[in-house]
Design a protein around this ligand. Structure first.
Ligand SMILES: Cc1ncc(COP(=O)(O)O)c(C=O)c1O
Length: 436
């Protein structure tokens, strides 16, 4: 099945007249649809809450849509907590899932009354010393070690991951937290990223449910919630099968009935911290071809670069590309491939390539291209190397209108932190002067 962008050529051409390329575009209808599907898939669990992983996309306008759909927020740093506070989210609607956590971040989490998900047993005395008494509701992150396998092979290598505690550490951490005043306890684990199988959450749930039953019995500390974290993936490549969230919810329900209910833990609440699954497919990066170059390979140079979307350069990640065309020209989105191209950005790094040896229709300078599945872990990972400025974000509303939800960075933003020195301030001042 070819991947079709949620925006057509004519509308994209119109938008590119208002919003200079490159820019991110998000689809409100898709975001709401996915949030509802997740909530429906777990509606059998009365305590269920999806804590949207803010790190995946910290744009307040997008987060507001998810809050309206009943989500909480999973924050991993002080600034993400500040954003939650600014959006009126407090208390147990915030899951603070961090690691190697600075004292100031713990302090803010405590002030906001967030659920604190402890990544390590040593963080408990650290928290008490630096932030005060532990919160009433706490969670502990588990790392089972070894390799994590599902029926279709090795999924990831938790034994090599810096996150979480061993089972033995959890057995000590829970009573330690109870002695410190915590009253409600949860367990959390994140064992594989971008999984494209409906088996992942049910398999993870089985591990955590058994652990919860075991630890509740061994320590006398009752586990009241299980946080399945993130990791449910999206089909970046054409032909990949999307996860069926309904089947995933049903698989988790079966594990719940088999393990938690007989253990007397049938009132356990479930949580998730999905990021990619919530927003990934509902954002695209719209960029324009500005050059074509033919040397030992054929290149299309676009006006976006890896500083706008680093996943291909960083992970070799596949992002599908649809060539739309340009004003007054034909719609190329359904055209057959005309050649094999590298689609590149302008960074002085040879891995600044959105696609390598990709079959594409004929692309001419001026054509608009859509880079798919850029709604999560995309703009958020942007950076300023080579003095590149982060692009704007635009929301396509359900009624078809659009809203600029983050402006593009300007040179003044780029230079702003130089204001620490007189020379830096003069650099800033010179920006305002006309060219001689
Ligand atoms: C603790 C935690 N929760 C949730 C997420 C979100 O994961 P995903 O976007 O794969 O769903 C991440 C991703 O890095 C994470 O580290």
């Amino acid at each position: 099945m070819p991947k079709k962008p949620f925006i057509g050529k004519d509308r994209a051409v119109e938008l590119a007249e208002t919003y200079p390329t490159p820019f991110y575009l998000y689809d409100e209808a898709g975001i709401r649809r996915t949030a509802r599907a997740v909530n429906e898939a777990f509606a059998w669990n009365p305590g269920f809450c999806e804590y949207f992983a803010v790190k995946a996309n910290p744009n307040p306008s997008l987060i507001s849509l998810l809050l309206e759909e009943g989500c909480g927020l999973d924050c991993s740093s002080a600034t993400e907590l500040m954003l939650a506070r600014a959006l009126g989210v407090r208390g147990e609607r915030i899951m603070f899932s961090s690691n190697d956590t600075p004292a100031a971040d713990f302090r803010l989490a405590r002030e906001l009354g967030a659920i604190v998900n402890f990544d390590d047993i040593t963080h408990i005395p650290f928290f008490e010393r630096e932030a005060g008494p532990v919160p009433e509701t706490v969670c502990c992150r588990f790392n089972p070690g070894g390799l994590f396998r599902l029926s279709n092979g090795i999924m990831d290598n938790p034994g090599d991951a810096k996150y979480g505690m061993t089972a033995e550490q959890l057995e000590r951490a829970l009573p330690m937290l109870a002695d410190a005043g915590a009253r409600t306890f949860g367990l959390h684990a994140f064992l594989a990223s971008n999984t494209l199988t409906d088996e992942y959450y049910p398999a993870l749930a089985r591990i955590l449910f058994r652990l919860a039953a075991d630890l509740s019995e061994r320590t006398g500390v009752r586990i009241s919630f299980i946080d399945l974290s993130g990791g449910v993936g999206i089909p970046y490549r054409p032909g990949e099968r999307p996860c069926d969230i309904r089947a995933i919810g049903e698989g988790v329900r079966r594990a719940f009935e088999e393990i938690l209910v007989p253990a007397g833990l049938g009132d356990t609440a479930l949580c998730a911290e999905l990021g990619r699954f919530m927003l990934g497919p509902h954002g695209v990066l719209i960029t324009r071809a500005i050059h074509e170059k033919h040397t030992y390979k054929d290149y299309i140079g676009v006006d976006a670069c890896a500083a706008d979307l680093i996943r291909p350069a960083m992970y070799g990640a596949y992002h599908h590309i649809t060539v739309l065309g340009q004003a007054g020209g034909p719609d190329k989105s359904a055209d057959a491939p005309a050649g094999v191209f590298d689609v590149v950005g302008g960074l002085c790094e040879n891995n600044d390539k959105f696609a390598v040896d990709r079959e594409l229709p004929a692309v001419e300078p001026g054509d608009l291209l859509v880079i798919h599945d850029a709604g999560a872990h995309a703009h958020a990972m942007g950076f300023n190397y080579n003095g590149r400025l982060r692009p704007a974000e635009v929301l396509l509303r359900e009624d078809g209108g659009t809203e600029l939800i983050r402006r593009a960075e300007t040179p003044a933003d780029y230079f702003a932190t130089l204001d620490a020195t007189p020379l830096g301030r003069s650099v800033l001042a010179s920006l305002a002067e006309p060219l001689a």
